[in-house]
Design a binder for this molecule. Structure first.
Ligand SMILES: [Zn+2]
Length: 458
């Protein structure tokens, strides 16, 4: 039920003072995209090249969500050569062991790991708490895109969005922690049941391509395995355990044929164990297709095999049905109705579900590869089938827009009012009566009402 009606007022002068940078950036991105796409970057080749293209929005008439904004496509940049780019710096492979046994996995952290229960009040905030926490559940939610986590850059890797050093990654986490972010699951973002504590800014971490340096087992002589503390999951476990009020999760976009074992064959046998470990320890696994298939122009048969088949495989391997409905699009490319006559069918399947191999598959989200914070699930701009992400590198390379961490982190510092700030209660949607100018008119009151949530303005 809607308990109060939002007054869509603006603060006079606010736009003049604060309103421009993000909008200008968005405009710049849109202007740059065709240019960049025409600059000879190709998304279909290998070698870590990146092409930025505007995402193809779902075509009309295929059940777009209510109030979907069809005039402003999400900037869907592309990535990301997953399958064929240069191998990541291999994690240390010591002591290849014959007949490794599946000994219990130990996480190399000093503190016991207690998956943190978010501090969710479940209550309506008092006027004093509202002033203290300043919730704005119409703000944007950054979804960060990582690939390889390396100790040092190899040749050509610096400045490539596919590579981030451990030190840089730890700095990213520290920045987010220091600036009041809280890591949530992708699914709670998509399903609008965000459990970040009151006053925190929810954020999502996503790792693409299931590289060994994201989840690497050190294998002992006796065959027991431990998580490499320098692989992404080792770093995350260490950081989360020492920052228990930061959330405790991340999502991994898994390629079926390279399940944390690309050019690391000693890791192959642990695929299922790792997927199970992730799910058992509060992480999410998502579908990055069977073999990093570019989905922009494939037959529906291939689409079903590469998306549907891998969805079923992930469910079977991890036992998790939830996050496997999220598809991390290889290269950030959507089925493209401009070039593929079967793309419309595929969009219907994305929206409405489809049957494959005797089972019904219902996707919950498609993730693009760029290049801005994603909308609040309470915004009319929110479309779960087109979620933007922020690529994890600092400076743009020549010819790229300013779309990466340095820029967005600076924006978060300059404009925290544009971020989603939680009220700590998933059942209420709290927004300031005087919204930032950029957010005026974006509140999806119909959706909030249909989800049975209480709208609170203050
Ligand atoms: Zn990829």
């Amino acid at each position: 039920m809607i308990s109060s009606i939002l007054t869509r007022s603006t603060r006079p002068g606010r736009e003049v003072l604060f309103g421009q940078p993000w909008l200008r950036l968005a405009a710049l991105v849109f202007l740059l995209l065709p240019i960049l796409a025409a600059c000879g970057f190709s998304s279909n080749d290998s070698g870590g090249q990146i092409s930025w293209t505007q995402g193809t929005r779902p075509a009309e008439g295929i059940a777009p969500p209510a109030n979907a904004d069809t005039t402003q496509p999400t900037v869907a940049a592309t990535d990301v050569s997953g399958a064929t780019d240069p191998p990541a710096e291999p994690a240390p492979t010591e002591g290849a062991v014959e007949e490794a046994t599946l000994a219990p996995t130990e996480v190399p952290t000093t503190a016991p790991i207690q998956p943190t229960q978010p501090v969710v009040t479940g209550e309506i905030l008092s006027p004093e708490q509202l002033q203290q926490y300043q919730p704005n559940e119409l703000g944007v939610v950054p979804v960060f895109m990582y690939h390889n986590i390396v100790q040092e850059y190899g040749p050509g890797e610096e400045g490539d969005v596919l590579f981030r050093t451990e030190a840089e990654f730890r700095d990213d986490l520290q920045f987010l922690y220091d600036n009041n972010f809280y890591i949530i699951t992708y699914r709670e973002y998509i399903e609008n049941r965000i459990t970040a504590p009151a006053g925190k800014h929810p954020a999502v971490l996503v790792f693409d391509d299931s590289r060994p340096n994201q989840f690497y087992y050190n294998i002992a002589e006796d065959g027991s395995v431990t998580i490499d503390p320098h692989s992404a999951i080792g770093i995350l476990e260490d950081f989360f355990s020492t920052h228990p009020d930061f959330g405790h999760t991340a999502m991994f976009g898994v390629i079926e044929i390279w399940c944390f074992d690309f050019e690391a064959p000693d890791q192959t046998e642990y695929c299922q164990q790792k997927l199970q470990w992730l799910v058992d320890n509060g992480y999410e696994v998502a579908n990055h297709t069977k073999d990093h298939q570019d989905l922009s122009n494939v037959t529906t048969e291939i689409f079903m095999e590469k998306v549907g088949g891998t969805t079923l495989w992930l469910q079977e391997q991890s036992g998790q049905e939830s996050a496997t409905g999220a598809v991390v699009l290889p290269y950030g490319l959507f089925p493209d109705t401009d070039i593929n006559p079967e793309a419309l069918d595929q969009w219907r399947m994305v929206r409405n579900g489809f049957d494959y191999d005797g089972q019904h598959i219902q996707l919950i989200s498609l993730l693009a590869a760029g290049a801005e914070p994603a909308p609040s699930p309470n915004s009319i701009n929110f479309d779960p089938m087109s979620i933007a992400r922020i690529g994890a590198k600092d400076e743009p390379s020549e010819g790229e827009g300013n779309l990466f961490l340095d820029y967005w982190f600076s924006q978060f510092l300059a404009r925290p009012d544009l971020l989603y700030t939680s009220d700590g209660n998933p059942d209420t949607i709290t927004v300031p009566a005087e919204l930032p100018g950029e957010q005026v008119g974006l509140l999806d009151t119909e959706k909030i009402e249909s989800e049975g949530k209480q709208l609170i303005e203050y």
